[in-house]
Write a protein that binds this ligand. Structure first.
Ligand code: WAQ
Ligand code: MG
Length: 233
């Protein structure tokens, strides 16, 4: 039997940090301990409440390989935007409006924008919350501390595996973390340094959707509920 463990740390209504694991019964107490510590010791300051939720995993776990990683040479924000622009144009998408949306998000979101890649309509039912990709873990995860890169590779691998998602863009909301990425099944995980100015607390994610209107629900259900283990070896 597998368990999904989710942690979120908050100050009042302000979200501070969150993390999750998928573990076997005998790993549960250690994983809960590590996640609780992580919630309490966030660099953004101490949390008022840390909530840890444990649920049995009832759907069959899907195991997938992590996306291959590439790292183009990028020396500044302008070059980072050129890389993003080239990736979007290579997919035949309108790069301008997509990048304006990514860089123009003014309110911190918990989840991602679910964007119809062709009509550029936003599909997420709650635009303030966005769509969340959850219920995933990766091999070799110790649960201690935040590993931006591995957690992002895990999430993007799960997301890229969704048939209706043709690409993803990501900028961290951690002020000092200026590396982001573009990811897709075809191109893998393209790590992009200097994707934002240091000190900016706004980040964001866009999941690029292509599919029938009926498959939106299916896609969100996969992103939120399908348990996925990502192999990183
Ligand atoms: N599902 C969907 N969107 C999410 C999720 C999620 N589980 N978690 C965060 N987001 C959205 C949300 O809008 C955040 O504001 C934004 O993504 C950034 O989240 O190779 O740290 O957790 O070194 O700040 C990239 C690593 C790190 C690059 C990304 O994202 C590398 C990061 P953060
Ligand atoms: Mg963050």
């Amino acid at each position: 039997m597998l368990y999904s463990i989710k942690m979120r740390a908050e100050n009042g209504s302000r979200h501070i940090s969150g993390a999750e694991r998928i573990v076997e019964r005998h790993e549960m107490s250690q994983a809960m301990d590590a996640l609780t510590r992580r919630g309490m010791e966030h660099p953004n300051g101490p949390a008022e409440t840390v909530t840890v939720t444990v649920r049995p995993v009832t759907r069959p776990l899907v195991t997938i390989q992590a996306l291959p990683v590439s790292e183009p040479r990028v020396r500044n924000l302008e070059e980072a935007r050129q890389v993003l622009d080239a990736e979007l144009c290579a997919m035949g998408l309108q790069s301008g409006p997509v990048l304006s949306l990514l860089y123009g998000l003014r309110e911190p979101m918990r989840g991602a924008v679910l964007l119809d890649a062709d009509s550029l309509r936003r599909l997420e039912p709650d635009q303030r919350r966005g769509v969340r990709a959850t219920c995933m873990d990766y091999t070799g995860n110790s649960g201690a501390g935040k590993n931006h890169f591995k957690e992002a590779l895990c999430l993007s691998s799960k997301v890229a595996h969704c048939p209706q998602i043709i690409g993803e863009l990501c900028i961290s909301d951690d002020p000092d973390y200026t590396t982001g990425y573009f990811a897709s099944r075809d191109r893998g995980y393209v790590r992009i340094h200097h994707i934002k100015k240091c000190g900016m607390h706004l980040g964001g994610r866009i999941f690029l959707f292509r599919g029938s209107p009926e498959s939106v629900q299916q896609c969100m259900d996969y992103l939120e509920n399908q348990p996925v283990m990502v192999c990183m070896e």
